[in-house]
Every structure is written in C-alpha cells, then in structure tokens.
Design a protein. Structure first.
Length: 198
C-alpha cells in the first residue's frame, strides 16, 4: 500500500485485519499499539486506527536520515558482503537494460525498493537495519510515488549502476558518497516539486 497515493483509505479495520491474518484481535491490537509508538499509526478511541501520513518537512528529514543510514550501510557492504551478494544487485536491474524503464515503471519501482533494502541488509548491521526499517514504509512510499516523475527512473538506473560498480571495487568512500548523494537527490526532488504533502 502506498500511503501517499490520492484517495487511499487511511483507516485500518481491526476486525478485517484479524480476518485477513487469520488471528485473534489481541495480537492485532498489540501490533497496532507498537505501530502507534513508532509513529506509524494513530489510535483514536471509539473511532479507529489511522495510518499517519508525514508532512513534507518530516519526509525530507526522514530522507536525510535514510541517506545517512544507507550510505553507512554501503560502506559496510564493501567490507562485509560477498562478491556474489554484491553481483546479485545487478540482476535486480537486468530486466531494464533495454532503456524502456518508463514502460515498466511499476516493476522498476519495486526493483528500486528492493535495491535499497538489499544494501541495508548486506551491511549485516542489526541496529542499522532496525532503524532503517522504522522509516522505510514512508521512504518507499515516496520513492514509489516520485519514481515516474521527470526523468527520475532513467537517472536512478545510472546511479544504481555506478553504486554497484563502487561496491564491486570495494571502494568504501565512493560507495558511501554515491549512495548518500542518490538519497539526497530524492530529498531535493521532494523539496522542489512535491506539492501533495503540503
């Protein structure tokens, strides 16, 4: 679910979640309480549970935090990941070699999210992964929403290939810089062009 799409229902139905997950409502309530502590939902007594949309300023702050986390993850990948793990990043984009990314934008958007999650996972830094996971729903939603705007998808593929090359070369400084710059480009794009978060 992309919580930043127009017309999306932000109310969660506890009973429906219980039915869909084939579990009692008690673990659903516990999970929702934890999500509220993390700022992802708001529980309104006798009204329901609502997904929290972040403001533009909050999203930009999250992207800046993400840039710091993912760039450090990239540095750790150069030290900790196997050659096979790093080369697996190339296969994520093999479908888009023909330059027809706009024609397959939904698939590319999913690949883009998978790429960024993979870098964080390959860092093998548990606390970094947990911290990144707490903000990833919002980051991934904004990435999905903005990837088709302007020529962001085409630029994104070029950035990703350069990032993979620096990871393969085990060049920690360059990998960290490229990943940070790539994320901060998203922050810049949101700052300049996104109006639906106002």
């Amino acid at each position: 679910m992309n919580i930043y799409e127009e017309g999306i229902n932000l109310r969660l139905d506890e009973r429906q979640l219980s039915d869909q997950l084939a579990t009692s409502r008690t673990p659903i309530r516990e999970a929702l309480a934890r999500l509220e502590q993390e700022g992802l939902v708001r529980i309104v007594p006798r009204k329901g549970v609502y997904i929290v949309r972040k403001t533009k300023a909050e999203i930009i702050e999250m992207i800046i935090l993400w840039a710091a986390l993912e760039s450090m993850a990239a540095r750790l990948v150069t030290e900790r990941a196997t050659d096979s793990e790093i080369s697996s990043l190339r296969t994520i984009f093999s479908t888009f070699d023909d330059g027809q990314v706009q024609a397959h934008i939904d698939e590319y958007s999913d690949a883009n999210i998978r790429f960024h999650q993979s870098i964080v996972e390959m860092s093998r830094c548990k606390l970094l992964m947990e911290t990144a996971d707490n903000i990833f729903m919002h980051i991934s939603s904004i990435r999905k929403r903005t990837i088709s705007e302007s020529d962001r998808a085409a630029k994104s593929i070029i950035d990703h290939i350069h990032i993979i090359e620096t990871l393969e070369a085990r060049n920690a400084d360059s990998a960290e810089r490229l990943v940070r710059d790539h994320a901060l480009n998203l922050a810049d794009h949101v700052t300049r062009t996104v109006t639906y978060l106002e």
